[in-house]
Write a protein that binds this ligand. Structure first.
Ligand code: ACO
Length: 344
């Protein structure tokens, strides 16, 4: 990567244990066919270019409330009393407020007493970035139990007049409870900050409810393409090029630090931006597609919520076993990427 900024840390000796995972997916789904009402598109184009057939869209809850639903499941499955949670990290690029943070809103909603709370804005790499931060806090002894909540309401930030972005995203939340573990843990992070104009949003919208935008906002331009107020802009081709390089780079580097080959991973949990990006990365790494968890067909791109939801669904499908060596890898706005290798 031209602007790679690798975290040159030694392999951590302590590791983490993901004690419980949870997810919340809205019941309402929007199909590719539904989008033909807003924009000139087709099921055939969306399916073949992205792998997406439908995506969940939230119509009642706020982002932080979706996060609470996912966190309740993660805490329940962990078997750890919620009073033991010392730190809550929320990841989102679609918060309800700039302040209070989503982590504070969710901690209050969960009835936690007084945990440390902060949010991470690392776009679609947010969950992996939060796992890495949690590992640092856990291995240093600063906290015993960390709750990560990744919740995204992408349906409120896309531009329903832009067919190249509005069809890609959905809404959902994932969560994980982490404690210190004994297996390997390594990570690799980097960025291409000069590529920031490839995906951007200027602010957050005033409403959490899914609706086609009624009035265009005044166009603003500061050198990047003009967008209508807060909506997400993406230069798909540029981000595609970045993603197809970043994904294998992060996997390889995190594996190298762990002293293993990518082929020794039992499963890779990639950010779900486009099935073709994952297929390209699989070829690049010389791994079969079956090694990559894929749920984009009926989820779409849920930004930072993708990976924790994947972990929950892999557990539900019996694909994860204690001791498995897995890799989580995200990439997105910034542009940034983050990968980590851990033992389940
Ligand atoms: N329906 C029909 N045609 C479409 C649609 C659509 N929904 N969207 C775009 N097209 C058209 C374009 O207008 C273009 O037409 P033209 O050739 O007449 O100009 C043609 O299809 C090809 O457009 P491309 O943008 O080149 O299409 P591409 O194959 O690159 O697919 C996509 C676009 C899906 C966005 C792809 O580039 C991609 O997945 N990019 C990476 C996204 C990503 O990884 N994002 C990072 C995370 S997001 C975050 O951080 C918040």
């Amino acid at each position: 990567m031209e602007h790679a900024n690798t975290c040159g840390r030694d392999q951590a000796k302590v590791g983490i244990r993901i004690a419980g995972t949870g997810k919340y997916l809205p019941e309402t789904t929007v199909t590719n066919e539904d989008f033909t009402r807003f924009v000139e598109t087709s099921d055939e184009w969306i399916t073949t270019r992205t792998g997406i057939s439908s995506r969940p869209v939230e119509t009642r809850l706020f982002s932080w409330e979706m996060g609470v639903r996912a966190a309740e499941e993660a805490i329940r499955r962990s078997g750890i009393p919620k009073e033991q949670i010392g730190l809550v990290i929320a990841t989102t690029v679609s918060p309800d407020y700039l302040t209070p943070s989503m982590s504070c809103l969710a901690a209050n909603g969960l009835g936690l007493s007084a945990p440390a709370c902060f949010d991470v804005n690392c776009a679609c790499a947010g969950f992996v970035q939060a796992v890495d931060m949690a590992e640092k806090y856990l291995s240093s002894g600063a906290f015993e139990t960390v709750l990560i909540i990744s919740s995204e309401m992408m349906s409120k930030v896309v531009n329903y007049q832009d067919r190249s972005t509005c069809v890609l995203f959905g809404d959902g939340a994932g969560a994980a409870v982490l404690q210190r573990g004994s297996g390997i843990y390594t990570s690799e992070m980097g960025s291409d900050p000069a590529g920031g104009g490839g995906v951007f949003m200027r602010g957050i919208p005033p409403s959490s409810f899914f609706r086609p935008k009624e009035e265009p906002f005044d166009p603003l331009s500061d050198g990047w393409p003009v967008t209508q107020g807060f909506e997400l802009y993406q230069n798909g081709r540029e981000v595609y090029k970045f993603a197809t390089r970043a994904l294998p780079t992060a996997v390889r580097a995190a594996c190298a630090k762990a002293g293993i080959e990518p082929a020794e991973l039992s499963m890779i949990f990639p950010h779900q931006a486009n099935a073709r990006i994952i297929e390209t990365a699989a070829k690049n790494l010389g791994l079969p597609m079956e090694r990559f968890f894929l749920n984009i067909a009926d989820h779409g791109n849920l930004s930072s919520a993708c990976i924790p939801i994947e972990l929950r669904e892999a557990e539900e499908a019996g694909l994860l076993h204690r001791g498995d060596r897995i890799c989580l890898v995200g990439f997105g706005g910034g542009l940034v990427y983050a990968g980590c290798v851990l033992e389940w």
